[in-house]
Design a protein around this ligand. Sequence first.
Ligand SMILES: Cc1ncc(COP(=O)(O)O)c(C=O)c1O
Length: 393
Amino acid sequence: MSNLAKNYNRKKISFVRGKGSFLYTKDGTKYLDFVQGIAVNSLGHAHPELIKTINKQSKKLWHVSNAFQIPEGETLAKKLAKKTFADYVIFQNSGAEATEAAIKVARRYFFSIGKSYKNKILCIKNSFHGRTIAAIYASGSKKMTEGFGPKVPGFDHIEFRDFKPRFPNLRKKITNKTAAIMVETVLGEGGIKPIPNECLKYLRKICNEKKILLILDEVQSGVGRSGDFFAFEKSKVKPDIVPIAKGIGGGFPIGAVLMNKKVASGMTPGTHGSTFGGNPLAMKIGTKVVDIITNKSFLKNVRKNSDYFYNELNKIKNRFPKIIKNIRGRGLLIGIQLYSNQSKFIMDLMKYKLLTIRAAENVIRILPPLNVKKKEITLAISIINKVCEKISK
Ligand SMILES: Cc1ncc(COP(=O)(O)O)c(C=O)c1O
């Protein structure tokens, strides 16, 4: 009997080691891992540079309190500020902590300018910002909040639709109590649905008009996953606050909230903290990941591989138009939307040793490491094709 609580529906398989894009079971069976801890292992398993970094730092210093200066965190924050819209960073340990910190930063900003009545966050219905008690109410999802009442107040919801108007009644939903709009740049759990650039621009315009803040949740889509450092970059929109996590640690738990100077002014000493957040070991690893990912040729390669992947997937879609409804996503955050439930398809892919994971709306989520090799994509394509052939027989 397992003593782990039953809050996950785990597949009956476990792994003993990983290397690059592959995972291995105890008996040596090799799986192509296009889940990568759900967009966490951005550089694949056991990346040599990360092993070197962790080994070196583990002999020096793991953890000190945020009561002291942490130069390793200064370095990573400086790099993030240099490469992004951000002026300031607060480090955390996970995505949900980062989104909660984003909410705190937004509310605290309005408090600090004497407008504490502005504390509501407007989110997309059925989005995903994590599993903490406030983050589940931010999602506006019945499934995630059921049984966890009382309801946490302070969140309103808008719809995000596949057709126009994309955000119906958006203006009406913004009241004088609204502090911020918070959306995932690409809805991940919600079915790999990118918010089009013109819609991001529209959100920014409304936020400017109403003098409220724009929070873009890049926990899943950020740190190179989209082919740019952030998925919103092509839109040229500048958010005020961006929570990140997952990919920045390359497998080590790191979260962060990035913010501009204006909103950071509210975060005075004592307003937020985290025992583990920003520890030297995490910071060294995060710095190495950011150094590798922000290398120009690295992101260029992500885009090249992503183009190849989408092209090949669209060929399969054209071959099996009754099985595959849509291919969507950004960069190497890819969704294959089926006409019917995707669970059996995912199990079939697993039988052929390809690991993928579900998202809402019958979507199969594909999350290779960002340094995936073209031949590994080709292998995945041949397996997806094989499963489609099997189903269509
Ligand atoms: C967009 C988004 N925000 C927040 C989270 C929560 O991150 P974590 O599971 O690290 O708390 C996730 C996790 O999937 C996510 O996709």
